[in-house]
Ligand binder design. Structure first.
Ligand code: 9WN
Length: 436
């Protein structure tokens, strides 16, 4: 039994490495062979963590390639387009990022960002690099750029100086059709029906993807931002969708902690990164925590109301920062609650089972995703919940072993959905195998 377990792990590892190498482009790695043929930001951060387990040079090039797309105002874009591919909608012709004076000239990108995992990935890559000289020069190279990215987020996206960054498009959240966005999205009044032709449903069954109504919202919002030339001081006062997103801000909080670590590693001051971390941590606890349930929710900045939809994001402050016992307990308990996240199958559904939106086969409305499990596991470990953390790790590995490196998985049956050969499922499998 022991011998076969070892062989299984070895083969899972080598299959995961093959997925990443198979999805390589010239400078970076695409999320999947055909559904997502460009470079995505938070995907590449997870991918870099995966590469760091077996090839530091590829890990560094993944992050460098992201920074190649950085705008002069500091924004790191959600998508860096691969000029050799036209198989994804919306492409560069719809985004027209060149309308902004800050967009890079030789690289085509989208006009928004994604959960800011750069510092988290960079730290992992630095820590795993055995050659101290290489690690140090990479740290010195990326530290100023990542700092400028965080400066952008606080300067352009937190006009109230609240410590919470505002997300302006569901795609920025990374959890595109998650219930809080369907909720906030239902209040957006589309002034026209945008014209477009979806390409995603040519690759994946429509029942596993966002609806056409969701896409109307996604594309209409894109066109509003484009018309404002991605100038946030002009766009934000009128923007119909503005969310102080709990997952995005939790990632930012943790990223500040890792940015502070990189600063100390370089023997530079970590004061700015620490003060950002402390401010965002306090704002998450004071402004995004629901007193009654003890769970966390994103806040609609337009109405001022919490978007009280229980999703995986409600647990993400565990990943952000060290919470006091009384504050960490409700999210930890929610994991074992059959009405919320215990589906008697695989941990951890992305939308609570009791939600009226829950659908175990549709995108972010219920399926398990390996990246949210990866963050949750770290958050649980940081709060002394080793057994629960291990259960999340085990379920993640069981899912990819059973169904392959799919994009997302049914939390009840374990069936895989979405694209196959999905890069972050493979990359984070490598990381989970390396922490055993
Ligand atoms: C839009 C690439 C991306 C992920 C997102 C995931 C999905 C894109 C799409 O794929 O979104 O960004 O076309 O649906 O929701 O988290 O980064 O893997």
């Amino acid at each position: 039994v022991w011998e076969s377990a070892v062989i299984e792990t070895t083969s899972l590892r080598s299959r995961a490495e093959q997925v990443l190498l198979g999805n390589r482009l010239e400078h970076s790695t695409k999320p999947s062979p055909s559904l997502y043929p460009h470079q995505w930001m938070w995907d590449s951060c997870f991918i870099a963590v995966g590469y760091s387990t077996f090839d530091g040079a590829l890990a560094r090039s993944e992050i460098r390639s992201l920074l190649r797309g950085q705008w002069s105002n500091g924004m790191v874009p959600q998508i860096i387009f691969n000029p050799a591919s036209s198989g994804y909608f919306p492409g560069p012709d719809r985004w027209q990022s060149g309308r902004s004076p800050y967009a890079p000239e030789n690289v085509q990108t989208s006009g928004i960002t994604q959960p800011p995992l750069l510092a988290i990935a960079a730290r992992a890559v630095i820590e795993r690099e055995p050659d101290a000289g290489i690690a140090r020069s990479f740290a010195a190279e990326v530290f100023p750029a990542i700092t400028r990215y965080h400066e952008f987020l606080y300067r352009e996206r937190d006009p109230d100086d609240s410590g919470l960054v505002t997300v302006v498009h569901p795609w920025e959240s990374g959890l595109d059709n998650s219930p809080p966005y369907l909720d906030a999205g239902s209040r957006v009044e589309l002034s026209y029906k945008p014209e477009y032709h979806r390409l995603d449903t040519a690759h994946v069954a429509a029942r596993n993807r966002p609806t056409d109504k969701d896409y109307d919202l996604f594309i209409w919002l894109l066109e509003q931002m484009r018309d404002a030339e991605y100038d946030w001081s002009r766009y934000l006062p009128e923007a119909q969708l503005q969310v102080q997103d709990v997952l995005f801000n939790s990632v930012l909080c943790r990223a500040n902690d890792d940015l502070a670590w990189i600063a100390r590693y370089l023997e530079e001051s970590d004061a700015t990164a620490r003060s950002w971390r402390d401010k965002t941590a306090a704002a998450i606890i004071n402004s995004l925590r629901d007193e009654e349930s003890g769970l966390f929710f994103s806040r609609d900045r337009r109405t001022g109301e919490l978007l009280r939809q229980v999703t995986i994001s409600s647990l993400m402050p565990l990943f952000a920062v060290q919470l006091e016992d009384g504050i960490s307990q409700p999210p930890v308990d929610a994991l074992a609650d059959p009405a919320l996240f215990d589906a008697s199958g695989y941990r951890c559904p992305t939308t609570a089972i009791s939600s009226s939106w829950f659908n175990p086969q549709n995108y972010w409305l219920g399926p398990v995703w390996i990246n949210t499990n990866w963050m949750l596991r770290q958050g649980l470990l940081a709060h002394g919940c080793a057994n629960q953390a291990d259960a999340v790790r085990r379920d993640s590995l069981e899912l990819v072993e059973k169904s392959g490196f799919r994009e997302y998985f049914d939390p009840i049956t374990g069936e895989g959905y979405g694209t196959d050969s999905f890069s972050w499922s493979a990359a984070l499998t490598l990381d989970l195998l390396s922490v055993a």
